[in-house]
Design a binder for this molecule. Structure first.
Ligand SMILES: C[S@@+](CC[C@H](N)C(=O)[O-])C[C@H]1O[C@@H](n2cnc3c(N)ncnc32)[C@H](O)[C@@H]1O
Length: 266
């Protein structure tokens, strides 16, 4: 796909190295919790959707050595980083390719499990993605998905999300509709948990800059324009919700973790 025609892909290409340097260490405890909850079927390949620079690939490969892992991301720069890291770790059973999340069933049948972290909330059609992942699974397989839910409470990320929504970056309401549709999708909930850890930044301004340079805000900027994003920055920096602890600015963002099992599982 030509990045000129896909602003989200271009934005994540731009973010890739900074994401690995700044956000990967901050997201590590969340990914560890999700990988801990990932209990795929004993057989079948493991699909990792939207793998970014590959942190979860390394954790999953350590937990399930020898299992075939087929990871994808839409961003060539992210794929390159993830491939290099898998190769440097000597992981011969890992394949990383460019692809859209939510297109697993066309590539993999009888997957033992599907894993995805911090991607589902970015997709234009989260319901379609979950339906696709369900179709790719073996009967005893399961899906583990970690995502940022719609604003829960007063954390810094929730405040930012509310400001962006006010400025017309409307994201679809999808969490409850997906849960309500699960049975139709051949799935049931095995786990639904909120996961939070302290996260530190040098300053609120540093956090904003990293969200823009190395995180999701570049794609938001393409959608709502520079002026509106500058307005969001000013509003958020006036009332960000971080707590000062010594030299650090701390918040405790709440992610949501689902384990979804096939409903026809024994
Ligand atoms: C917040 S990062 C998460 C990366 C990694 N999974 C993690 O938890 O650290 C979001 C990733 O999703 C990818 N992404 C966004 N939209 C996508 C899509 N439609 N299909 C595949 N990947 C997508 C981006 O390229 C980026 O690497």
């Amino acid at each position: 796909m030509n990045p000129d025609h896909d602003p989200s892909q271009e934005a994540w290409n731009h973010a890739a190295r900074g994401y690995l340097a700044y956000w990967s260490p901050r997201f590590e405890p969340y990914l560890r919790r999700a990988v801990d909850a990932f209990r795929p079927a004993p057989l079948g390949p493991l699909a990792v959707e939207g793998c970014g620079p590959g942190d979860e690939i390394l954790l999953i490969a350590r937990k399930f050595p020898e299992r075939a892992i087929m990871a994808t991301d839409q961003s060539p720069a992210m794929v390159e980083l993830a491939r290099r890291r898998a190769r440097d770790a000597g992981l011969a059973s890992v394949l990383v390719a460019e692809d859209q999340a939510g297109q697993v069933a066309g590539r993999i049948r009888q997957a033992g499990g599907v894993f995805s972290s911090f991607v589902l909330q970015l997709l234009p059609n989260p319901m379609g993605a979950v339906a696709d992942w369900s179709r790719a699974l073996r009967r005893d397989g399961s899906i583990t998905v970690l995502f940022w839910p719609r604003h829960t409470g007063s954390s810094a990320f929730s405040r930012l999300q509310r400001i962006l929504e006010k400025l017309e970056d409307q994201r679809p309401q999808w969490e409850e509709p997906v849960l309500e549709a699960l049975y139709r999708l051949g799935l049931r909930v095995g786990l639904d948990e909120l996961v939070s850890f302290d996260m530190e930044h040098g300053s609120p301004e540093e956090c904003w800059q990293q969200l823009l340079d190395s995180g999701p805000l570049r794609a938001v900027e393409r959608r709502i324009g520079k002026d509106r994003l500058a307005q969001a920055a000013s509003e958020w920096l006036d009332d960000h919700g971080f707590e000062r602890r010594g030299n650090a600015w701390v918040h405790r963002p709440e992610a949501r973790l689902w384990v979804l099992e096939r409903s026809d599982r024994d």
